[in-house]
Design a protein around this ligand. Structure first.
Ligand code: KIV
Ligand code: ZN
Length: 389
């Protein structure tokens, strides 16, 4: 059965780079953009060109460099922003302008001091103006997650009529529940005129830890693009993590979706982004965290040593991690200790293992983890009691 393609729109260099402390220079951005292109993302959001000369330069240089992906620049629904983005993108093989405006009641009232009718006019004008520079124009309805669906459909219909090729429905504040966000996408599919020729995109924030679940709900209800970042970095609690959504679609073939991402590059890309941005990845982060394939309790270690599938739903090699780790702690059993000792060159008989294991437990109770140098010491101490080769 053939599967449907979901486009991956990476915004590590825009939404991700907005994070305090994550600022990159142009050289660093070029390095990451080249890696994202190799990884197989469909769209690289390279920056917000009007925001600073440095951002303009980065978008322009990335446009020259990228071979496969579309390169996208963000703008507000402001003509000057659109002109600057078009200029920054002029060398891109596949340029995309990403323009839009806030559509929720609070954005209309407090941000713009405007009316729903005027917001529709600005949306229409921004898309039509962007269209005079590039063919590919993505429209975002900021805070769509908290926007009334009927009004959202009206704004989106206006954007499509003005020539939008992609409709981005951001849950800007990370407020939606998956079912609610999924229903919103379905409603738009059924109520936006001209939607047949347009791709719906999910841009979900993680304020309640639901960004990946919401993006998935969007896809299963008709969206075909996901906006995401490496390691899930982004404003406040971040965005949908690229590695998570890609692996969810891959590990669940019954969903019938595929992406263009080569998962073998996921781990290295995560390390690269973390290092360049100086943004540490939490150890328990799904897919790319240091503990994502580490087993520490005796029961789990025993299972994994017998057969990896007992406690692993994916092969670490598939995401570029060399092998699963058996971490020795006071919760580890004999099987894990024997396994690790063997890797270090110690072939222990059952009797020898009993002796080493007793010594190991004394050691482990005083430490968070027992590492290889500790094992050498433990074996040496046990030698005093028994003959160990
Ligand atoms: O979260 C958001 O709404 C955004 C838009 C600018 C696309 O990042
Ligand atoms: Zn965002």
């Amino acid at each position: 059965m053939s599967t449907e393609k979901v486009e991956i729109f990476d915004t590590t260099l825009r939404d991700g780079e907005q994070v305090p402390g994550c600022k990159l220079n142009t050289v660093q951005k070029l390095k990451i953009a080249a890696r994202l292109d190799d990884l197989g993302v469909d769209v690289i959001e390279a920056g917000f060109p009007v925001s600073s000369p440095g951002d303009f330069q980065s978008v322009s240089e990335i446009s020259k460099l990228v071979k496969n992906a579309a390169v996208c620049g963000l703008t507000r629904a402001v003509r000057k922003d659109i002109e600057v983005a078009a200029e920054a993108l002029k060398y891109a093989k596949k340029p995309r302008i990403h323009t839009g405006i806030g559509t929720s009641d609070s954005h209309i009232k407090y941000k713009f001091n405007s009316t729903p009718e005027k917001i529709i006019e600005r949306a229409k004008d921004a898309v039509a103006y962007a269209k005079t520079f590039v063919e590919d124009v993505e429209f975002y309805a900021e805070d769509a997650g908290r926007t009334n669906n009927e009004f959202l459909a009206k704004v989106c219909t206006a954007a499509v009529k003005a020539g939008a090729t992609v409709l981005n429905i951001p849950d800007t504040t990370g407020y939606c529940l998956p079912e609610e966000y999924g229903k919103k996408i379905k409603y738009l599919k059924e109520n936006v005129k001209g939607i047949e020729n347009v791709r719906i995109s999910c841009h979900c924030h993680n304020d309640l830890g639901l960004s990946t679940a919401n993006a998935l709900a969007g896809i299963t209800n008709g969206a075909r693009q996901i906006e995401c970042t490496i390691n899930g970095i982004g404003e406040r609690a971040g965005n949908t993590a690229l590695e998570e959504i890609v692996m969810i679609l891959r590990q669940h073939p019954t969903l019938n979706f595929h992406t263009n991402i080569n998962p073998k590059f996921l781990f290295d890309t995560s390390v690269m982004v973390s290092r360049e941005m100086g943004m540490f990845v939490q150890p328990n982060k799904a897919i790319v965290g240091a503990n994502a394939f580490a087993h520490s309790s005796g029961i789990h270690q025993d299972g994994v040593i017998k057969n990896r599938e007992t406690y692993e739903i994916m092969d670490p090699a598939d995401v570029g991690v060399t092998e699963s780790a058996i971490v020795l702690t006071a919760r580890s059993g004999r099987a894990a200790l024997a396994y690790r000792a063997k890797k270090m060159g110690y072939e222990l008989t059952k009797l020898q293992l009993d002796c080493v294991y007793n010594e190991f437990l004394n050691y482990a109770d005083c430490r968070k983890e027992v590492v290889d140098t500790d094992i050498h010491e433990i074996v040496a101490m046990s030698r005093k009691h028994m003959a160990i080769a």
